[in-house]
Ligand binder design. Structure first.
Ligand code: ATP
Ligand code: MG
Length: 200
């Protein structure tokens, strides 16, 4: 039987419950065998002017901690370990997965906020040769159906329980001393505190 693999790319700076619910909902809805979380090599200053990137290794380890208890979740180092390239491009992630899983059906999972600049992604038109794109709803990101209809491939849209959580807000909360309990898994609260992340 063809393997069905979800790919959840992100900066995960840090990973939070919004990411985990997205992965879990898409896994259930599309009957995926596994969802693989793929932290980017770097935070992307192109998109994030507000943050100095912490070491990828911290982001990777937090992703591992958050996924550890779910047998359907895995974490990949494919982007973190990618040589050369300064940034992570989804097309490169997808090409790597296609090489590793030549026969699998790939589902790339993203939040609806990516629609803002989706067409500027590297090799945009080729993205859809590699994977089906599943857009999950996200508070604050309206789904522009007219825009969706102009895309070169049909995109799946999945409504998921709304969690108004962002990594930006988690970082800000840590910075100013507000709690992050229940926004991120317990182990992530503890990891951030132990390693003094986001307080500089
Ligand atoms: P930042 O604020 O640093 O941009 P983020 O919370 O947006 O962080 P990312 O690592 O940028 O997290 O997002 C990874 C993927 O998860 C993206 O496709 C994003 O749209 C999606 N995502 C993030 N938070 C949510 C959420 N609360 N609900 C649904 N999808 C989400
Ligand atoms: Mg984001």
């Amino acid at each position: 039987m063809t393997q069905r693999i979800g790919i959840m790319g992100g900066t995960f700076d840090p990973i939070h419950n919004g990411h985990l619910v997205a992965g879990s909902e898409v896994r259930a809805k599309y009957d995926l065998d596994q969802v693989i979380f793929v932290p980017t090599k770097n935070s992307q200053p192109r998109f994030k002017n507000d943050v100095s990137p912490i070491a990828g290794e911290h982001r990777y380890l937090m992703t591992v901690i958050a996924c550890a208890s779910n047998p359907d979740f895995q974490v990949s180092r494919v982007d973190i370990d990618r040589p050369g390239d300064e940034y992570t491009y989804t097309i490169d992630t997808l090409r790597s997965f296609r090489e590793t899983y030549p026969d699998a059906e790939l589902f790339f999972i993203t939040g609806a906020d990516i629609l803002v600049d989706f067409e500027t992604w590297k090799d945009f038109n080729q993205l859809f040769d590699y994977a089906k794109f599943v857009l999950v709803t996200r508070p604050g990101a309206n789904i522009d159906w007219e825009h969706l209809a102009t895309l070169p491939s049909e995109i799946e849209v999945l409504e998921i329980p709304a969690l108004a959580i962002s990594s930006t807000d988690v970082r800000r909360r840590v910075q100013i001393g507000l709690p992050i309990w229940y926004l991120v898994p317990d182990g992530i609260v503890q990891y951030i505190s132990k390693n003094h992340l986001y307080t500089d």
